[in-house]
Design a protein around this ligand. Structure first.
Ligand code: NAD
Ligand code: MG
Length: 391
């Protein structure tokens, strides 16, 4: 029986994870559930999944969570605050941690799970973009393993021999990340000038949280995933390619020296990657409909439009710049996306803010978590200053 902590339980990945867990009560148990502020949703999940501990990140809501659980007759421990999240993933209540908090807010708990030697199912891509080498070092020190949940990286993991081997020794020439192209594929810059948050969040293939939906619309999501792939699989930037594939059935590919290209396919439903990561190296049902290729029609592939969707080019630039440039990129993007979602920044200005922050803060060596967190804060402050000027 695997005992699983689901952080970000109320989100899109969190609820998909709980759906898979509930299909296999003989194998999996959700022992810890964590969320930010949505106390009603967290209490509802506790009623359905009966964890041993529920953690709400906002301390002001702990009393309300306890009251709701008491009223519903759920007997589970209640805690609050980020330190409680970190303690929960490090402690004896779980052997597996699903890191599905959105943004850099997930860094502490992701690192803590790695240090504690848990099986880390990583959806929170921002934490590996922000602190890739430190996260890998924490994993080595903890002796646990990381299984990627992000669908592209999960696909690559499945197409590599033995999970995460030495790429050169295994004859891997290239990792090819597919991208749906998002809701604005094919649009010109002029057409993108006035798009709204709701339009940006209306993804044609995937149902996701609002931040990652905007990242998909700008292609920053793919940029973050390029950096994620670099760290997860040890691939240099020039061995990572992005290929737009609007049908989102081919989740990524690995090209080998002999010309073979292996791909992982499936319907666009995160429960496949989540079930794979939960059960690995075994396979279990995920509740996903079988892929019907005969009914799927033509599969298209095209190169990304880097001139229109500049965030992807900026992410490659940050990866090549090295040091803490990816952390700066990520922080500036989080601030800009938040402003766009609040209606305070035009869509095209997201890339402008990220580019300006990268230009103002030349990369420094990423030596430890404290200095990275400080640089993340500096990049956020710089982005906010630029936003005030832009508005
Ligand atoms: P979401 O917005 O639907 O959910 C986010 C979750 O994080 C919520 O449960 C929320 O309570 C929690 N959270 C937010 N801020 C927090 C904080 N400060 N402290 C504690 N908890 C906090 O997001 P999502 O779409 O589920 O994405 C989660 C992560 O998974 C992101 O990093 C995203 O990039 C990644 N991811 C998502 C998908 C997808 O299909 N949704 C696919 C691949 C990767
Ligand atoms: Mg992805």
């Amino acid at each position: 029986m695997k005992r699983i902590a689901v952080l970000g339980a109320t989100g899109s990945i969190g609820t998909s994870t709980l759906d898979v867990i509930a299909r296999h009560p003989d194998r999996f148990r959700a022992s810890v559930l964590g969320a930010h502020r949505n106390v009603a949703a967290l209490a509802g999940l506790c009623v359905a999944h009966r964890p041993e501990l529920a953690v709400i990140a906002d301390p002001a809501l702990e009393g309300e969570l306890a009251r709701r659980l008491g009223a519903a007759g759920v007997r589970c421990a209640v805690a609050s605050g980020h330190a409680a999240l970190t303690a929960a993933v490090s402690g004896a209540l779980c052997d597996t941690v699903v890191a599905a908090i959105v943004g850099a807010a997930g860094l502490d708990s992701t690192l803590a799970a790695a240090r504690a030697g848990k099986r880390l199912l990583l959806a929170n891509k921002e934490s590996i973009v922000l602190a890739g080498p430190l996260l890998l070092e924490a994993l080595r020190a903890g002796g646990g393993e990381l299984i990627p949940v992000d669908s592209e990286h999960n696909a690559i993991f499945q197409c590599l021999p033995g999970g995460r081997p030495d790429l050169r020794a295994s004859g891997v020439r290239k990792l090819i990340l597919t991208a749906s192209g998002g809701p604005f594929r094919g649009r010109t810059r002029a057409e993108l000038a006035t798009v709204t948050p709701d339009q940006a969040c209306r993804h044609p293939k995937w149902s996701m949280g609002r931040k990652i939906s905007v990242d998909s619309a700008t292609l920053m999501n793919k940029g973050l995933e390029v950096i994620e792939a670099h760290h997860l699989f040890g691939a240099p930037a020039d061995a990572i390619e992005v290929l737009v594939h609007p049908q989102s059935l081919v989740h990524s590919l690995v090209e080998y020296a002999d010309g073979s290209v292996l791909a992982q396919l499936g319907n666009p439903d995160m429960r496949t990657a989540i079930a794979h990561a939960l059960a690995w190296p075994e396979r279990v049902a995920a509740g996903v409909a079988p892929l019907d290729l005969a009914a799927s029609g033509t599969l298209q592939f095209e190169a990304p439009d880097l001139a229109t969707f500049r965030c992807l080019a900026l992410a490659f630039q940050a990866l090549l710049a090295g040091g803490d440039a990816p952390a700066i990129l990520n922080a500036a993007n989080e601030v800009a996306v938040e402003a766009f979602l609040a209606g305070a920044l035009p869509f095209l200005a997201i890339a402008e803010v990220v580019e300006a922050v990268l230009a103002e803060l030349p990369p420094q060596a990423a030596v430890d978590v404290e200095s990275l967190v400080a640089r993340d804060g500096q990049a956020r402050a710089t982005a906010r200053r630029l936003l005030r000027r832009a508005c």
